[in-house]
Design a binder for this molecule. Structure first.
Ligand code: PEP
Ligand code: MN
Length: 361
């Protein structure tokens, strides 16, 4: 169930309320939404029946209680206004969940400093607001390129200092979270790791925002519960990413579930972005799917861009060239305007990161 605390509740009153809940056998989690403090709580029976609600209603500093047997506490839209999306801050200048779309672009894998600098400048000039680049790569084959590892992290830090673009990169293992958190601005949890619960818990303890990709065979309920694992550890900065699911269709690499965007928005306050590149697996389909995602209400996109896709170490077949990415950004403006969103222009100033974030330790 969800408890709405009395307005103006102090920190110590909140601690006391949570102690009382604990003594009644309820686990509680706090969510701050605009001016309100919401306390999600689950009883020993795993639900939120009306008997528990009646008892909780009598506690000090409780304004109201919404009984719910919904398994989501912190990810749930719950009491928020229908169109409320939580805004997640990324680095010093970038956000997602507000009117301006988050546009993450860059190569599937970091392959070298020069190519990374070139792609980053090109996508920034076209309006991208964050740079992607994998250094720990989840590859189906153990013989395929596995990423540059920590050397790639140093390259990302150098490019960030040059371009001002915040960095999004995938973390594959709980043991990498600490190191990656010192380099990147967003920890990406890949589709294959969506239900790696120890990884979810570890990124949940990090102070960095988490981009959680939907598992190829995950239902929306499982996807949101995976987000709940991160939120339950105290990290409230979770961004959901629909990246296509496995279906019987073989014409595309995956099937982009466009309906997931409004469904997720109906059920959760978390920002939702779409990765059309992994969804379709083919360059020619990326632009139309990106337009569809924005039209469906996505808060942003993640797009793979490579200067010479034919020589890419991974996912060249679905990568846009920088010029194609610039076309996408131009075309998106019209779609975005129709749904009252803005596509960023090249507005980022170089700031904030003068040196590589830190040396490898
Ligand atoms: C990626 O972003 O490069 C990636 C591997 O994505 P996914 O986890 O969606 O397959
Ligand atoms: Mn990729």
């Amino acid at each position: 169930m969800i408890i709405v605390a009395k307005s103006g509740i102090t920190e110590s009153e909140l601690v006391r309320l949570r102690e009382e809940l604990a003594s009644l056998g309820f686990a509680s989690h706090v969510r701050r939404q605009s001016q309100r403090v919401l306390v999600g709580c689950l009883g020993g029976d795993g639900g939120g029946g009306s008997a528990g609600a009646d008892c909780i209603r009598t506690l000090p500093n409780v304004e109201s209680v919404v009984p719910s047997s919904h398994p989501l506490l912190l990810a749930a839209r719950a009491l928020g206004p229908a169109d409320h999306t939580s805004v997640v801050k990324i680095g010093p200048t970038c956000t997602v969940g507000d009117r301006q779309l988050l546009i993450i672009a860059g190569p599937c894998s970091v392959e070298g400093q020069a190519m990374l600098n070139d792609v980053a400048s090109a996508v920034r000039d076209a309006g991208a607001t964050a740079l992607r680049g994998g250094v720990f790569k989840p590859r189906t084959s153990p013989y395929a390129f596995q990423g540059l590892g920590t050397a790639g992290l140093d390259m990302l830090a150098v490019t960030r200092a040059k371009t001002g673009l915040p960095i999004v990169s995938e973390v594959m293992d709980p043991r990498q979270v600490d190191l990656m958190s010192r380099y990147v601005d967003v920890l990406q949890v890949g589709a294959r790791n969506m239900q790696n619960f120890s990884l979810l818990a570890e990124v949940g303890r990090s102070a960095k925002p988490v981009l959680l990709k939907r598992g190829p065979s995950a239902t929306i309920r499982e996807f949101l519960l995976a987000a709940e694992h991160i939120l339950a550890q105290g990290n409230s900065d979770v961004i959901l990413c629909e990246r296509g699911i496995r279906t019987f269709e073989t014409a595309t690499r995956n099937t982009l579930d466009v309906s997931a965007v409004p469904v997720l928005k109906e059920q959760s306050h978390l920002p939702v972005i779409v990765d059309p590149s992994h969804a379709c697996g083919r360059t020619s389909l990326v632009i139309p799917l990106a337009r569809a995602a924005v039209a469906a209400g996505a808060d942003g996109l993640m797009v793979e861009v490579h200067p010479s896709p034919e020589t890419a170490q991974s996912d060249g077949e679905q990568s846009l060239r920088p010029a194609q990415f610039a076309t996408l950004m131009r075309e998106l403006r019209l779609v975005a305007r129709a749904v009252r969103r803005d596509v960023p222009r090249k507005t980022l100033r170089r700031r904030a990161w003068k040196e590589p974030a830190c040396a490898v330790v």
